[in-house]
Design a protein around this ligand. Structure first.
Ligand SMILES: Nc1nc2c(ncn2[C@@H]2O[C@H](COP(=O)(O)OP(=O)(O)OP(=O)(O)O)[C@@H](O)[C@H]2O)c(=O)[nH]1
Ligand SMILES: [Mg+2]
Length: 226
């Protein structure tokens, strides 16, 4: 699960639309998005990740929007990876990043793996602003939801980070267990598969926290033999 977070008007919904072909309303005004939208995002290697758009963060949150904001925080809490979207065309980029990070800290998400997405690059005239943010944030990707710049690179980086968290394992099950086999193809990356006697054996890359599901579906999980 990947969540787009960031200051209001940074371009989160525009990026969700550009990356997934969704049609979430986008407008040049504060708090355009008031509920969480979730879409399936297919990375270059065919893997599907769940990408969520969230309500924009601000320094002082208006009280009547508290309920929407609360739902957004849940989304951020559940995400494996945060894409912190920044409006790079504004001079307040740095203050806005700090304001968003203060909220993330409050909800205990500041240590979540995060990619800083410097968006609206098509509007940037002052390259020194970008350099400053790059120095401050370290790992950044420059994008434009309008021209599509950087979106491929972003998908690659997300894929790389999620792959790092996967582990290789061997799953054995009865040959008739089609449910488990299709679950593994959907939720992991199957590197190899063979059948012997009445057993099917798959070598898969999978997030370790999913092994419980594999077992509940009748799979026997072991580490790969070297
Ligand atoms: N030029 C340019 N405009 C962009 C880009 N990304 C978003 N916008 C514009 O910025 C405005 C805000 O975009 P949204 O996608 O609604 O921003 P958001 O972060 O979802 O905003 P909230 O939902 O209000 O928090 C819209 O007018 C978009 O068309 C970009 O990369 N380049
Ligand atoms: Mg939005």
């Amino acid at each position: 699960m990947v969540a787009l977070v960031g200051y209001t008007n940074a371009g989160k919904s525009s990026l969700l639309n550009a990356l997934t072909g969704a049609r979430v309303p986008v407008r040049d005004r504060l708090f355009e998005t008031l509920d969480t939208r979730t879409r399936s995002w297919e990375l270059a290697d065919g893997r599907q990740v769940v990408l969520s758009d969230t309500v924009g963060f601000v320094r002082k949150f208006p009280h009547h929007l508290a309920a929407s904001f609360h739902a957004t925080l849940e989304e951020a809490r559940e995400a494996d990876l945060l894409l912190h979207v920044v409006d790079t065309s504004k001079h307040e980029g740095e203050q806005e990043i700090r304001a968003v990070n203060a909220v993330l800290e409050e909800i205990g998400c500041l240590d979540r793996p995060t990619i800083y997405v410097l968006n609206k690059m098509d509007l940037v005239e002052d390259a020194s602003e970008v350099e400053l943010l790059r120095r401050l944030m370290g790992d950044v990707i420059c994008t434009s939801a309008v021209t599509g710049r950087g979106l491929g690179e972003l998908a690659q980086r997300v894929g790389g980070l999620l792959t790092d968290r996967e582990e290789e394992m061997v799953v054995r099950a009865g040959v008739g267990n089609g449910r488990l086999v299709s679950w593994l193809h959907e939720n992991g990356r199957v590197l190899g598969q063979r059948c012997y006697d009445e057993t099917i054996e798959l070598t898969v890359k999978l997030k370790p926290n999913l092994t419980g599901i594999v077992q509940s579906l009748g799979g026997d999980v072991t580490a790969p033999a070297d």
